[in-house]
Design a protein around this ligand. Structure first.
Ligand code: AMP
Length: 191
């Protein structure tokens, strides 16, 4: 499977990406993890990304795109993968499309984990982390919507988007993701 996983903060997106990776053998490509590692190793990309990450801002598109594009152009490029945290802007989505086309890798689906805003606020607020105060939670949600609403429309128009309820325990959510994507692949084959 070749998937993009989209979900608001607190939706369990990272957990689901890890499950998809360990159970289905998909390569889990989390740009947040890759960037944190780049910062730790003080690579050129890491040095560029560091101030943006520290300020809780998105890292410039060209820095993130370069990381992803080089991963997909490598000799051992992934064939089956789940993207977690990328693309996060239209510029990233278009660059990702280009590299997938170039590599002959068609996406199977873009999975949107659906969790109501009120539930996200409740989940994040109960984590008791200092940076999860009510105002911060609302700010993170606002940023999520600003970044993703346009992307969600973009993938919907291309017939790639599937919504999966993100409520319930993680096994239920996982089973729903797999079933929804498998059904979509079957339907698309018949077309
Ligand atoms: P995450 O772990 O996905 O929440 O990402 C942590 C941080 O890494 C974000 O707050 C951004 O600063 C940066 N980041 C991760 N992925 C991207 C991306 N696709 N575009 C821009 N910045 C990103």
């Amino acid at each position: 499977m070749r998937l993009i996983l989209i979900g608001p903060p607190g939706s369990g997106k990272g957990t689901q990406a890890s499950l998809l990776s360990s159970r289905l053998g998909l390569l889990h490509i989390g740009t947040g993890d890759i960037l944190r590692e780049a910062v730790r190793q003080e690579t050129a990309a890491g040095k560029l990304a560091k101030p943006f990450m520290a300020a809780g801002k998105l890292v410039p598109d060209d820095v993130v795109n370069e990381i992803v594009v080089s991963r997909f152009r490598a000799k051992d490029r992934p064939d089956q993968f789940v993207m977690d945290g990328y693309p996060r802007s239209m510029i990233q989505a278009q660059r990702f499309d280009q590299v997938l086309l170039e590599q002959g890798l068609g996406l199977d689906a873009v999975v949107l984990l659906q969790v109501a805003d009120e539930e996200i606020v409740r989940r994040l607020s109960s984590r008791q982390r200092e940076d999860d105060s009510a105002a911060t939670v609302l700010h993170r949600l606002k940023i999520f919507h600003e970044a993703y609403d346009g992307l969600v429309d973009y993938f919907r128009r291309r017939g790639l988007l599937v919504g999966v309820p993100g409520m319930g325990d993680l096994e239920t959510v996982y089973a729903n993701i797999v079933k929804t994507v498998t059904d979509k692949i079957k339907t698309d084959k018949k077309k």
